[in-house]
Design a protein around this ligand. Structure first.
Ligand code: SF4
Length: 328
């Protein structure tokens, strides 16, 4: 059985914006097992990208802990280790960025873009060895190796995202945070890139943290899903269980807005009233109570516990057992 690769506990990130404290991520905890894909979903601004960046220490977290289990089960305290120790695990933890247009340096050839992490991490490698490795990875992600001396502008969106994937893979990572990795692509290209990510996962034993606002994409690729609202994780569980029997009213509302490719299926669209509250002024009690159609007095006063409802299905709702919510 696969072991744990990542343990996220009580992670928090506050920003100061115009003198006001903004709670971008509040007290998020979950585990990721080796070889699985955990999807993180929520509306834009819910803190999912910030969470991914904090986990990789691309930005500093305000509190909490992230334990990375390296090979031979060696434990690393990612958030608070010193820079020298961090460098030791950098190659294991990589990221694929959202925008394939802005995440690649337009003045570098594709060969140099993919080679760059190798230059920084494998100083003993000859140029020839590096180029051989780049060609191998480029072939694996479906790029034509005869085009590697061209610049990113000569490539389509889908091909550019393949370049981003090749750059993330060049150091043989174990875990990749895919931050809206297919959101900027056309639907047909999205499917190709998702299938590529799945194939690479099998071949290279990768683990993904897949961040997306698109519930259908997350359902398709993930083994487990975490739903975020206003910087908090409100539901987390196995994909099948969570989609068939959501336990949080926010998850139910998100699912009701997904279009189904079957004209015989009709579904009540749950419209969330009002705006998402300002993250600098999170409502008292349940953070979702201002938009929840099941809200009761208790919800306005008491913060619901994020509790295990069985089968490692976690939810933060006082009435999760009583509400019979509609699944997907
Ligand atoms: Fe809705 Fe209350 Fe559950 Fe929050 S705790 S999701 S307000 S029913």
């Amino acid at each position: 059985m696969a072991g744990k690769i990542l343990e996220v506990r009580g992670i928090k990130k506050d920003f100061i914006s115009k003198g006001v404290k903004v709670h971008a991520v509040s007290d998020v905890s979950f585990d990721v097992m080796e070889g699985e894909t955990v999807g993180i979903v929520g509306e834009s601004g819910c803190g999912k990208t910030t969470l991914g960046r904090c986990i990789l220490r691309a930005i500093p977290a305000t509190g909490g802990s992230v334990t990375y289990y390296g090979t031979e089960n060696k434990k690393y305290d990612v958030l608070w280790m010193n820079k020298k120790e961090l460098k030791e695990i950098r190659k294991d933890l990589q990221m694929i960025f959202q925008n394939p247009y802005s995440s690649l340096d337009p003045r570098m050839t594709v060969l140099d873009i993919i080679k760059e992490p190798l230059k920084a991490n494998h100083r003993g490698m000859s140029v020839k060895e590096m180029e051989e490795k780049v060609k191998k990875i480029a072939g694996k992600v479906g790029l034509d190796v005869s085009y590697l001396n061209r610049y990113p502008h000569a490539f389509s969106g889908g091909q550019r995202q393949r370049i981003g994937i090749a750059r993330a893979l060049i150091l043989n990572p174990r875990l990749i945070v895919c931050d809206e990795a297919v959101s900027a692509l056309d639907v047909s290209i999205q499917a190709q890139v998702i299938n590529l990510l799945k194939d690479l996962q099998k071949e290279m034993h990768l683990t993904y943290l897949f961040i997306s606002h698109d519930l259908s994409v997350v359902e398709h690729i993930s083994d487990k899903v975490g739903v975020m609202y206003l910087g908090k994780m409100v539901e987390f569980g196995q994909t099948d269980g969570l989609f068939e029997h959501p336990l949080h009213p926010y998850t139910e509302a998100l699912m009701s807005s997904v279009l189904v490719a079957d004209p015989s299926v009709t579904r009540e669209r749950i419209r969330l009233e009002g705006e998402i509250p300002n993250p600098s002024n999170i409502p008292e009690g349940c953070c979702f109570h201002t938009r929840c159609r099941y809200c009761k007095e208790r919800c306005r006063q008491e913060v619901p516990e994020f509790k295990n409802m069985g089968g490692d299905h976690y939810v933060a709702c006082h009435y999760a057992e009583e509400l019979k919510l509609k699944g997907f």
